[in-house]
Design a protein around this ligand. Structure first.
Ligand code: ZLS
Ligand code: CA
Ligand code: ZN
Length: 397
C-alpha cells in the first residue's frame, strides 16, 4: 500500500457512502456528485484507507435533519420528486424547463432530482456521524467529503445545498463542546452556517471568499459583517468575514489564512474545529476565480491540524472534478500524516485514471497563473488582518 501506515497517537475516520455519488443534479448542472467517485479512487489507490477507520455512513433521519431545518421544509424535501413537483406547486412552472425559486428555494441552482432526499440524508448522516465520533473521542479527525453544503437555510435550499450538514454537525459538537470554530475555504461565502449561529458566542464562523455584492454568489460576507450589532447580543463580533478579489495565490492566501486563524484560536479557544474545504477556491475551477494550487489549498488543512484540536473536515464546492479529487485526496493524506509519503505521480492502477490525463497524471498540476491575475494587494491583505485583530480584541472568553 505505498508505505502508508496508521498515524501514531491519533485516529482519523472516513465517513463515506457510495450511494451519494450516483445522484445527478442534471446534465448541465455544475455540481457533480461523481467527483466523490474520483476522490475515492485516489484515496483507495494510494492505500490511504488502510490508515483510517472507514465507516459506511447511514442516512440522517427526518428528526435529525429537523434539529435545524423547519419541519414543513423537511417534509417537502422528503416527498418532492421531478414527477410530482409541478402537480404540488403549479406556480413553479415558468416554461418548458426550469422553475422560479419561490418555493423553498428550489429552481435552476437547486433542482428537484431523482433521489434528492436520499442524497441529502446520506451526506447529512455522514457529517452527523463524523461529529459524534469526535464527541465520543473515537476519532481525532473525522472526514466527510460529501458534506460541506454551507448555503442551506432553515427552510430554504440555496446554492446547490438543501440540507445544511455543517449546522447539524456543529449542533452535535455543541452537546459536548463549549466552543466550536468553523472555518470555510470554499470560494463562496458560508452564509447558511453564519446565519444559523449569528447570535451565539459558542460558535465562531470564519469564511474566506470571493466578495462582489453585485455579481458573485451569494453576495454576502463583507469585512464589516461581524455579527449582530446590538451590544447585548452574545453573537456580536463572533462572525469573521474575509472578502477577497479574483486571483489570490498560494502565498498570499497562506499568509492571510494563518494570520486570521491563529488569533481566532488564541482568543476564542475553541474545543473543536470544523473545516469546510470547498475546492472551488482552486485555480481552473469552473465556477471559482482564485488561483490556489492543490498544495496551497492543502496548507490550510495542515495549518488547522497543527493546533491538535478535534477536527471535522468536510468538502463543499468544487466544479472541476479531477482537481477536486486531487485536492481532497491530498488533504486526506495530510489528515493521516502521509502527505510526504505520497508519490506525486498517480498510481498506475487508479480507476478512472484517464480523467487525470490532461495535466499528466500528477497529484500537483500547476493550477495558478493564466486565467486570473492576483487582484488582492498587499495592502488589502494587511487591512483584513488588522480588521480581524481589532475585532477579536473586543471579545472575551
Ligand atoms: O458554495 O449565481 C447564482 C444565482 C443565479 C445565477 C444562476 N442561475 C441559474 C440562478 C440565479 C444567481 N448561483 C450560483 C450558485 C453557486 C453555488 C455554490 C455552492 C458552493 O460551492 C457549495 C456547494 C451559481 N453559479 C453558477 C451557477 N449557479 C450555475 C451555473 C450553470 C448552471 C446550469 C445548471 C444551473 C442552470 C444552468 C446552473 C447554475
Ligand atoms: Ca468560504
Ligand atoms: Zn462554492
Amino acid at each position: 500500500n505505498n508505505g502508508i501506515t496508521r498515524p501514531k497517537g491519533y485516529t482519523v475516520s472516513w465517513h463515506y457512502n457510495p450511494e451519494v455519488e450516483g445522484h445527478h443534479f442534471g446534465q448541465t448542472h455544475p455540481m457533480k456528485p461523481w467527483r466523490l467517485t474520483l476522490t475515492k479512487s485516489l484515496v483507495l489507490s494510494y492505500g490511504m484507507h488502510t490508515a483510517m477507520d472507514s465507516y459506511l455512513s447511514r442516512a440522517a433521519t427526518k428528526d435529525e435533519i429537523a434539529e435545524f431545518h423547519k419541519d414543513d421544509y423537511v417534509d417537502f424535501l422528503s416527498i418532492a420528486t421531478p414527477q410530482n413537483i409541478y402537480e404540488m406547486y403549479p406556480e413553479l412552472a415558468t416554461g418548458p424547463q426550469g422553475y422560479s425559486s419561490a418555493i423553498y428555494g428550489v429552481g435552476d441552482d437547486c433542482p428537484i432530482f431523482d433521489g434528492l432526499f436520499r442524497y441529502c440524508s446520506l451526506y447529512a448522516g455522514a457529517s452527523v456521524d463524523a461529529a459524534r465520533k469526535l464527541c465520543n473521542k473515537q476519532s481525532d479527525i473525522a472526514i466527510n467529503w460529501s458534506g460541506g453544503l454551507h448555503h442551506a437555510k432553515k427552510a430554504e435550499a440555496s446554492g446547490f445545498c438543501y440540507v445544511n450538514d455543517i449546522v447539524l454537525a456543529i449542533l452535535q459538537l455543541l452537546r459536548h463542546h463549549p466552543r466550536v470554530l468553523y472555518i470555510d475555504i470554499d470560494v463562496h461565502h458560508g452564509d447558511g452556517v453564519e446565519q444559523a449561529f449569528w447570535s451565539t458566542d459558542r460558535v465562531m464562523c470564519v469564511s474566506f471568499h470571493k466578495y462582489d455584492r453585485e455579481v458573485f454568489f451569494p453576495g454576502t460576507g463583507p469585512l464589516e459583517s461581524t455579527g449582530p450589532l446590538h451590544p447585548d447580543n452574545p453573537g456580536k463580533n463572533f462572525t469573521i468575514n474575509v472578502p477577497l478579489n479574483d486571483g489570490i495565490d498560494d502565498e498570499s492566501y497562506a499568509y492571510l489564512f494563518q494570520n486570521v486563524v491563529d488569533p481566532c484560536i488564541k482568543i476564542f479557544q475553541p474545543t473543536a474545529v470544523v473545516l469546510q474545504c470547498g475546492a472551488d477556491s482552486l485555480g481552473h475551477d469552473r465556477l471559482g476565480c482564485f488561483n490556489l494550487n492543490i498544495r496551497g489549498h492543502g496548507q490550510c488543512v495542515s495549518y488547522v491540524k497543527g493546533f491538535g484540536l478535534p477536527l471535522l473536515v468536510v468538502g463543499g464546492g468544487g466544479y472541476t472534478p479531477r482537481n477536486v479529487a486531487r485536492a481532497w485526496a491530498h488533504e486526506t493524506s495530510i489528515c493521516i500524516g502521509a502527505d510526504s509519503t505520497l508519490n506525486p505521480e498517480l498510481p498506475d492502477h487508479t480507476p478512472y485514471r484517464d480523467a487525470f490525463r490532461r495535466e499528466g497524471f500528477t497529484l500537483f498540476p500547476n493550477l495558478s497563473g493564466w486565467r486570473k491575475e492576483n487582484m488582492n494587494t498587499k495592502a488589502d491583505i494587511e487591512r483584513i488582518i488588522k480588521h480581524v485583530r481589532d475585532q477579536l480584541s473586543t471579545i472575551r472568553t
